[in-house]
Design a binder for this molecule. Sequence first.
Ligand SMILES: Cc1cc2nc3c(=O)[nH]c(=O)nc-3n(C[C@H](O)[C@H](O)[C@H](O)COP(=O)(O)O)c2cc1C
Length: 255
Amino acid sequence: MEILIILGARKNGNTYHTSFAMIQAMKKLGQVNAEFLFLRDYNLKFCLGCRTCFDEGESSCPRKDDVLSIVENIKRADGVIFASPVYISDVSGEMKTLIDRMAHLTHRPAFFEKCSFIITTAHSAGNKHARDTLGAATFAWGFHHVGSLGLKIPTVKGPPDLKKDHKQIKKAAKKLFTAIDRQQFRSPSLLSLAVFKVQQSANSDPTDRGTLDYAYWADSGFSNPKQKFFFDTNTNWMKKILASLMGRIILNFYS
Ligand SMILES: Cc1cc2nc3c(=O)[nH]c(=O)nc-3n(C[C@H](O)[C@H](O)[C@H](O)COP(=O)(O)O)c2cc1C
């Protein structure tokens, strides 16, 4: 399996060593090819807030940099680990910039056949908040979110001592490996199914005909009301009915 690790860290410190240890543990479970992508090595500019990516397409973005090549890397992976140090209770600036620059994928999700995992490291507090930031983004991009690992590691010079975290890292590795190996994305969560119904309805509004989002959903067949998700799932009928119901409740709440 192909694993891409996207790192928002500026140095090969706690976050890198935690990700590396997780990959080593995954390699003990089977064939794993891992690529570490440090955002610090990429030309990644701030979002201008112009909405061009939403309205005209991501290739029309006035920012000419490496973001689309990062997206291409994601497309080649079976699983993606998003790893960030905690900076003032949130992800690093590099990671937040990537999240903003991939905003078009929240309208036109493309990663529903891929698993994601989140790693955050903090000295003492903020892992949960940083994890929630990445969780919201990866969910909106369509990933099958497998889990997260938030470690408290003292700030040290040189490699951290991860002995006390070994069990947790091994557990995380097994979780992600199994999810990919068993293609668990084929059984999306109830929330994913319900949100799909909400997005399907929002992107089938005839008044939006002519927009890029409308065309994406229609051309991919996702707008077809018979479609319960982006692809045929292994989901049982009971969960499908519940998801449709939940979707309708959410829609009524927001309309
Ligand atoms: C600018 C900055 C902000 C930080 N903010 C927090 C924080 O809010 N909470 C915390 O527990 N640790 C914080 N830390 C500590 C780092 O999150 C922690 O040392 C992390 O493991 C560093 O990862 P790295 O070695 O991969 O860079 C901060 C460190 C820096 C440099």
